[in-house]
Design a protein around this ligand. Structure first.
Ligand code: M6R
Length: 627
């Protein structure tokens, strides 16, 4: 949900800002803008464009037309005010005395706007951010009257603004009368500061690491209610009381290439292909040899075996695909460990006055670690004194830092809006949790434990095998690209897979699709089945196979065109369906990890066949930092 970037240093800022924004475009892409200040120039130059970043690149001749060594930039996912050049960031006060880029939402902007209008401020946009910019201007004027030095004056204004606004923000700020200085502040939206050495000497700010990675690997994670003041040479960090604080510089170890397409046409396809490696990296470090046997090691959670054994309930919370991971993991945890397991949509969780048990473990699942609803759910649980575990991909993200413990999914940066490898690694992490719980609670014996671990470790190679058959899915997808409605059906774990397959399809192909527990069709939805409607039947669970096939027969006899997805050996499905994809056999509890891949490919190829922007589907953003 919007990306911000900033640079102050010896180099021309605009090309660096544009390159950084290109890396953040996954966060929002309905408009973009930059503001650059030339040290020898009195004014800050602002350029904004509606639409994709390439429009801004064209307007600025790839940044060459905007001169100056200090600047901020923004790529937008509209919340308040339609996507337009006017509503694009940066926003500024009169004569560009204060210029701001913002990721987040100022919830009380109406009330602030009304108060500022009474003071004579005029608003030019429909955005919430403009209220923050003009509020800063107002506090900056007040602080100026008390004769403060420039930096104290800016800090005082930023602090007063932070106290006054409600909501979330990562802000990049320029003050027109302070050349060569950039400020930043954060609450509940991600923000990093990068320290650039050598010929780039200077500092950067960004919403996410890929934006700075071409320039530096040394970053500082800014926490809530902290402020940064940056010049070419200096980095000063403050708490909300404007007291200077020290923070560690963290070295980013992953490669810039990890955030590039590396020859694939789209990030989504690259990330689909990275799944074997990502799943292996998530599983392997957590399986260790002990006395000739393999054991799941979750010591990173700081939970002892006794703690795991004492857990009364597992509550899995997430949004979108992360929620679907929870839906699948519930079957695995309940069947293996016999611990009651609830799955909650983070966006609903706190509005239903959840009844939490003292001994339950809440698991927050999130790729970005910044999803506003998931973060809010985490905080609610923490306030209630419930133990929390984050299953998160982005290192040092808010959810990772605020949870009592974290299990990182080692998927690497995921850029495509449609998640694939993060989903697969979250699932793998939760398999580990399920096996651990089952062992410490005495629900499975040693032989079953070893069998499950072996099956888990074979998953990466089996995913590779599914990928080697991708052309068949492509062929089918090309045939189906013009369909209007698709239903995904399955029972048990296959229902959980269906949920994810359906979301993937609608997200990037804009085809209406729904997932149904196959047994539910007869209770209403079957009335929508007519000639030519595509139904994807997922039947990986041996004990439910016949029942799902019966449901497929029911829809076929009403005209549906059928795609069957099952495991090798279940060839009887061919009597019923028009097209089949087989995935390798594994323990039925882990079948989701294999069956989800053809569904990812189906969505991908249909989106390509329709000529859509696979990685940046309309109306969406990668990281949803607003409620
Ligand atoms: O970063 P998170 O995992 O918390 O994001 C949750 C959802 O927004 C995300 O899974 C979304 O549904 C994906 N775009 C689906 O592909």
């Amino acid at each position: 949900m919007c990306g911000i970037v900033g640079y102050v240093g010896v180099k021309q800022a605009a090309p660096i800002l544009l390159e950084g924004l290109a890396k953040l475009e996954y966060r929002g892409y309905d408009s973009a803008g930059i503001a650059v200040r030339d040290a020898g120039n009195e004014h800050v130059e602002v350029v904004k464009a509606k639409g994709r970043l390439k429009n801004l690149m064209e307007m600025t001749d790839s940044g060459k037309a905007v001169r100056g060594t200090c600047g901020i930039g923004h790529t937008r996912w509209a919340t308040h005010g339609e996507p337009s050049a006017v509503n694009a960031h940066p926003h500024y006060s009169r004569e560009k005395r204060v210029v701001v880029v913002h990721n987040g939402i100022i919830e009380n902007y109406q009330e602030i706007k009304a108060a500022l209008q009474r003071k004579g401020y005029a608003f030019a946009t429909q955005t919430d951010t403009e209220a923050a910019a003009l509020l800063l201007d107002s506090y900056y004027s007040e602080a100026g009257r008390s004769g403060m030095a420039p930096r104290e004056r800016a800090l005082s204004a930023i602090r007063d603004m932070m106290i006054r606004v409600r909501g979330s923000y990562a802000l990049g700020i320029l003050f027109g009368d302070q050349p060569g200085v950039m400020y930043a502040a954060r609450k509940d939206s991600p923000l990093i500061v990068g320290r650039c050495d050598g010929e780039l000497a200077g500092h950067m700010i960004a919403s996410d690491v890929p934006a700075v990675l071409s320039y530096t690997r040394n970053v500082v994670y800014i926490d809530n209610l902290e402020i940064a003041c940056l010049t070419q040479e200096e980095m000063h960090l403050y708490n909300i009381d404007c007291e200077e604080i020290e923070k560690p510089v963290v070295e980013i170890r992953w490669d810039a290439a990890a955030a590039e397409k590396e020859g694939y046409e789209h990030f989504m396809m690259k990330e689909i292909h990275e799944q074997p490696r990502a799943v292996r990296d998530t599983l392997s470090p957590r399986i260790r040899e002990e006395d000739g046997a393999k054991r799941v090691d979750l010591s990173e959670t700081n939970l002892t075996d006794e703690d795991f054994a004492a857990i009364s309930r597992i509550r899995l919370i997430g949004c979108g695909s992360a929620y679907h991971v929870g839906m699948a993991a519930r079957y695995v945890i309940e069947q293996l460990a016999r611990v009651p397991c609830d799955v909650d949509l983070a966006s609903e969780f706190r509005y239903r006055s959840p009844i939490l048990e003292e001994r339950e473990l809440v698991v927050i699942i999130s790729q970005s670690g910044e999803t506003a609803d998931s973060l809010a759910a985490l905080r609610l649980c923490k306030e209630s004194g419930i133990r929390t575990l984050a299953v998160v991909n982005v290192v040092s993200s808010s959810i990772a830092r605020e949870a009592d413990a974290v299990m990182y999914t080692w998927a690497g940066p995921e850029i495509s809006v449609a998640t694939t490898k993060a989903y697969s690694t979250q699932l793998a992490a939760l398999y580990l949790l399920a096996v651990k719980l089952a062992v410490v609670r005495g629900q499975i014996d040693e032989a079953r434990e070893q069998e499950l671990i072996e099956q888990m470790l074979e998953l990466p190679d089996k995913i590779e095998r599914v990928l080697s058959d991708k052309e068949r899915v492509q062929w089918f997808a090309n045939k189906m690209a013009s369909c209007k409605d698709v239903f995904f059906i399955g029972r048990g774990l296959d229902y959980a897979i269906s949920l994810e397959g359906s979301l993937k399809l609608k997200e990037i192909s804009y085809i209406h699709s729904e997932a149904y527990a196959a047994g539910e069709l007869k209770h209403g939805t079957i009335s929508l089945i007519e000639d030519g409607v595509l139904v994807v039947g997922v039947a990986t669970q041996p004990e439910l196979f016949e029942k799902v096939v019966s449901n497929m027969v029911e829809v076929r006899s009403r005209g549906a065109y059928l795609f069957g997805l099952t495991t090798y050996g279940q060839y009887a499905i061919e009597d019923t369906v028009n097209f089949t994809v087989y995935v390798p056999r594994t323990d039925a509890l882990f079948a989701t990890s294999l069956a989800v891949v053809p569904l990812q490919l189906l969505a991908y190829y249909i989106s390509c066949a329709k000529g859509l922007d696979v990685d940046k589907p309309r109306n969406l953003a990668k990281s949803v930092t607003v409620e």
